[in-house]
Design a binder for this molecule. Structure first.
Ligand code: ATP
Ligand code: MG
Length: 705
C-alpha cells in the first residue's frame, strides 16, 4: 500500500478518522458577511465562503478535483486584502508561476469589481520564493547574494565533472550515471530517508556504491559553495536552514501575515518543514489539496503533509468542498469509477449539478495514425461547432508520445502549443546565451564558463581548466579572459569575449545586454547548430522578455526557476484572435481545465508508463495520474488507444503487435463510457479487449451537429 511506505506513518485507518473528527468541529472565528462591499462573496457556495472568510489561524481545505480549491484560495487572498491585510504581506505558494499569476490576477479582479485596488501579494513557486528570500536574508546563512542557480542539466554536469575528478567513472564496475547520481541526491535531500534507505528502496542496483556516493555528494556540496551556485534542492535546503535558526525564523515569519499554499498534496517533507518554520508566532496558514491527485511522489512529495497538517498546526480548521463545478455528471461517473480502484483515499466521490452531457468516449483506433487522424478530426469538428482550439487539450503521459500527432497537426495547419516537453530555457542555444549573463553576474560560475568557452574554436576541457586557473589568478575578473593564451584559433574570439563581458558588467540596461550577447553569439550559433533561423528568433524573444526586468539577477533567477514553457510564452499575452490547441503532459495539466479533453495512448506501456510499473506504489501513482487527466474535462472527454503500434515497444505490444488497453479502464469504468473504433477495419483485437463494433466516428460527429 503506497501510503504505508512513508516511515513512521501509523496504520492509515487511524489517521483518516482523525481528520474526519476534526472536520466535524464547530466553525471557528467567522467574520460577518453583511458588508455590501463583500457582495462578491455570493460567487461562492457556503463551504467555500467559510474557507474564504475564515479568520485567523490554520486552515486546511481537502477536496476533490474541480470543487473550487484554487478559486477559494484566490478569493481568500482578495478577502484578506479587503479586510485590510497589506498585499505585500501575503505569500501565495503555487506549483507553477503561471498558476500564481492567474490566481493573483483573479484576486485583483475580485477586488477591482469592489472598487478596491491595492498592491500585489507575493506569489510563486516554493523555489522562486526561496530564491527571493535568500537574496534578502541569505547572508545570515553564509550565502553570497550574487549566487546563481543551476538548473537540472547544469547540476548533472557538475556531478559528472566531479565523478571524473574523483576517479569514480573509471572503476571496473559501472558507477551510476550523472543523472542517476542527481536523482539519488535529490531524493535523499528532499525526503526523510537517509542515503542507505534511499539506495535500498529506490536505487537498489547502486547500493554497493554508498561510500563513493557519499564522497561524491560531499564534493558536490563543497564545489557548489566555492562556485557560489545553488541547485534547485539547495534553494529549499537553505530556506529550511534559515527557518531552523530561531531568530531568522522569527524575522521571516514576521514578514508575512498570511501564507497560502495550493496543491498541498504535491509538496514534500522539506516544504512542510519550511512552512512550519515560516509560522513562528503567527499561525495564519491556509493549505488546499486533494490526496487523490498526488502525482509527484517520485520527487519525494508525500500526501502525509495533508494528513499531518492538523498535528503540525494544532487547532486547524478543516473544510471539505464537495460540489464539482467543472465537469458534467457523466464525466464524473467515469472519474469516480476509475479512482474507486485506489487503495486508499480521503476525498469523496465527486458530484455535479450538471446532470446532462455526452458520455465519455473510449475509442480503439486501428493504429497510431488512425488515432492522430481521429483526434484531429474531433478537434476540428468541435472547433466548427464553436469550441475554440484553446478550450481543447490533448493529454498524454510522456512528451514524446505526440511526435506523429505534431506532424499531423502541422500538415493540417492547426496551431498548437505544447506544455511539459523540453522547455525553452533547456534548449542548448538559450542555455548558451544565458551562460554569458551568468558569468557577468557570478564570475565564479564555472559551469557557465565551460559552456561559453567550449563554444570557441579549438577549446576543450583541458583549455577550459587552464582558463579557469588564469581567471582565478586575476581575481575572477571575467574581462581577464581577453588575455588568456588559448589555442590560436580562439584568440580573436577570446578578445571579443573579454570586451563583451566588460560591457555586460558596466551599466548597460538589461535588454541591451541581451542584444550584445546575441550579436557576439550569432556567428557561433550559425556554425554550431541546425535550424539557425528558428534559434535566432528565440534569442530575439529573449530580448523581449528581458525588457520586462529591471535587473539581470531577477531575470536569470526567473528563467532558471520558473522557465516559460515555450518560446511563444515569451512573446507576451497572445492576441485575442490567437487560437491554438493545447498539447500537454498530464503532469503539466495539473490544476487546468478545458471544455474538451482527449487522453491519447491509453495503452499499457504508455499509460501506465512501462517505466513506472515496477511497484504497486508506482502503479497507484499512475492511476491517480489518469484520474487527474479525466478530471480536466468540462464537457467532452475522449480516451483513445491504438490497437497496434507501427513498431513494437517493450511492454506496449504483445507477440502479435497488438497493444493492451490501459489496465485502469476496467469493465466497471467502461460501463460509464461509450465505446467505439476508428480507422476502419480495426483487425482482430487480442483477447479480452471486447471492443464493441459500430461506426463510432459517425455517431460522435452526429452529436456535435
Ligand atoms: P483541481 O483539483 O483540478 O485543482 P480545484 O478544486 O482547484 O480543481 P478550481 O479550478 O478552483 O477547482 O475550480 C474549478 C472550476 O469551477 C473553475 O472553472 C471555477 O471557476 C469553477 N467554480 C468553482 N467554484 C465555483 C462556484 N462557487 N460557482 C461557480 N463556479 C465555480
Ligand atoms: Mg486547483
Amino acid at each position: 500500500m503506497w501510503l504505508e511506505s512513508h516511515a513512521g506513518l501509523g496504520p492509515l485507518p487511524g489517521l483518516f478518522p482523525d481528520l474526519a473528527a476534526l472536520r466535524a468541529a464547530p466553525p471557528a472565528k467567522l467574520w460577518p458577511v453583511a458588508d455590501p462591499d463583500l457582495r462578491w462573496l455570493d460567487d461562492l457556495n457556503p463551504a467555500q465562503r467559510e474557507a474564504v472568510t475564515y479568520g485567523e489561524g490554520p486552515l486546511l481545505v481537502v477536496a476533490g478535483a474541480g470543487t473550487g480549491k484554487t478559486r477559494t484560495l484566490a478569493y481568500r487572498v482578495a478577502y484578506l486584502v479587503a479586510q485590510g491585510a497589506p498585499p505585500e504581506r501575503i505569500l501565495l505558494l503555487t506549483f507553477t508561476r503561471r498558476a500564481a499569476e492567474e490566481m493573483l490576477s483573479r484576486a485583483e479582479g475580485v477586488l477591482r469589481r469592489a472598487g478596491d485596488v491595492r498592491g500585489r501579494a507575493w506569489g510563486g513557486t516554493f523555489h522562486a520564493t526561496a530564491s527571493r528570500l535568500l537574496r534578502l536574508h541569505g547572508q545570515a546563512a553564509g550565502l553570497s547574494p550574487d549566487f546563481t542557480v543551476l538548473d537540472g542539466g547544469d547540476a548533472e554536469d557538475l556531478l559528472g565533472l566531479l565523478r571524473h575528478e574523483l576517479g569514480l567513472a573509471s572503476r571496473d564496475r559501472r558507477f551510476p550515471r550523472k543523472a542517476t547520481c542527481l536523482a539519488i541526491y535529490s531524493r535523499a535531500v528532499n525526503g526523510t530517508e537517509d542515503l542507505s534507505t534511499v539506495l535500498a528502496r529506490h536505487f537498489p542496483w547502486t547500493a554497493a556504491w554508498e561510500d563513493e556516493l557519499r564522497t561524491l555528494f560531499r564534493a558536490y556540496v563543497d564545489r557548489k559553495k566555492r562556485l557560489r551556485v545553488l541547485d534547485f534542492d539547495d534553494l529549499l535546503l537553505y530556506w529550511r536552514e534559515m527557518v531552523a535558526d530561531p531568530a531568522l525564523a522569527r524575522e521571516l515569519s514576521a514578514q508575512f501575515d498570511h501564507l497560502l499554499v495550493d496543491e498541498y498534496q504535491d509538496t514534500n517533507r522539506l516544504q512542510a518543514e519550511i512552512l512550519r518554520g515560516m509560522r513562528i508566532g503567527n499561525d495564519n496558514v491556509t493549505v488546499v489539496g486533494d490526496d487523490a491527485q498526488s502525482i509527484y511522489r517520485f520527487r519525494g512529495a508525500t500526501v502525509r503533509n495533508i494528513l499531518d497538517f492538523p498535528r503540525e498546526f494544532p487547532g486547524a480548521r478543516i473544510v471539505a468542498l464537495e460540489e464539482n463545478y467543472r465537469s458534467t455528471m457523466p464525466i464524473l461517473r467515469t472519474a469516480n469509477a476509475l479512482i474507486a480502484q485506489a487503495r486508499e483515499r480521503y476525498t469523496k466521490n465527486l458530484w455535479s449539478p450538471r446532470e446532462r452531457g455526452p458520455r465519455p468516449l473510449l475509442v480503439a483506433c486501428r493504429d497510431e495514425r488512425a488515432q492522430d487522424e481521429f483526434v484531429v478530426g474531433e478537434v476540428l469538428a468541435r472547433y466548427e461547432a464553436g469550441v475554440p482550439l484553446r478550450n481543447q487539450a490533448v493529454l498524454f503521459r510522456a512528451a514524446h508520445h505526440t511526435a506523429s500527432l505534431e506532424v499531423e497537426l502541422a500538415r493540417r495547419g492547426i496551431p498548437f502549443r505544447k506544455y511539459g516537453g523540453l522547455k525553452f530555457v533547456e534548449t542548448a542555444h538559450i542555455k548558451d546565451a544565458l551562460a554569458f549573463l551568468r558569468v557577468a553576474e557570478n564570475p565564479r560560475d564555472e559551469l557557465a564558463w565551460f559552456r561559453i568557452l567550449e563554444l570557441l574554436d579549438g577549446v576543450g576541457p583541458v583549455t577550459v581548466s587552464r582558463a579557469l586557473a588564469h581567471l582565478a589568478q586575476h581575481g575572477h575578473r571575467p574581462e581577464a579572459i581577453a588575455f588568456f593564451s588559448g589555442p590560436s584559433a580562439s584568440r580573436e574570439d577570446l578578445e571579443r569575449l573579454g570586451k563583451l563581458l566588460a560591457e555586460l558588467r558596466g551599466d548597460l540596461p538589461l535588454p541591451a545586454q541581451v542584444e550584445r550577447v546575441r550579436r557576439f553569439y550569432e556567428p557561433l550559433l550559425t556554425a554550431l547548430y541546425d535550424h539557425a533561423p528558428a534559434r535566432l528568433r528565440d534569442l530575439e524573444s529573449l530580448e523581449v522578455i528581458a525588457s520586462g526586468y529591471s535587473s539581470r539577477r531577477s531575470f536569470l533567477a526567473d528563467l532558471q526557476l520558473d522557465p516559460p514553457e515555450s518560446a511563444a510564452d515569451l512573446a507576451g499575452p497572445p492576441h485575442l484572435d490567437d487560437d491554438w490547441l493545447v498539447l500537454s503532459t498530464i503532469h503539466s495539466a495539473k490544476g487546468c481545465e478545458w471544455d474538451a479533453v482527449y487522453l491519447i495512448h491509453a495503452a499499457d506501456g504508455f499509460l501506465p508508463s512501462d517505466l513506472a510499473t515496477g511497484s504497486e506504489e508506482e502503479i497507484e501513482e499512475e492511476l491517480r495520474l489518469v484520474y487527474v487527466a479525466l478530471t480536466r474535462a468540462k464537457t467532452y472527454l475522449t480516451v483513445t488507444w491504438p490497437l497496434r503500434y507501427a513498431y513494437r515497444r517493450w511492454g506496449a505490444a504483445d507477440a502479435h503487435g497488438y497493444a493492451q488497453l490501459c489496465r485502469f479502464f476496467t469493465p466497471a469504468v467502461r460501463e460509464t463510457m461509450e465505446e467505439g473504433t476508428a480507422g476502419g477495419d480495426v483487425g482482430t483485437p487480442s483477447e479480452g479487449h471486447g471492443v464493441t463494433r459500430f461506426d463510432g466516428a459517425a455517431r460522435i460527429r452526429a452529436r456535435w451537429g
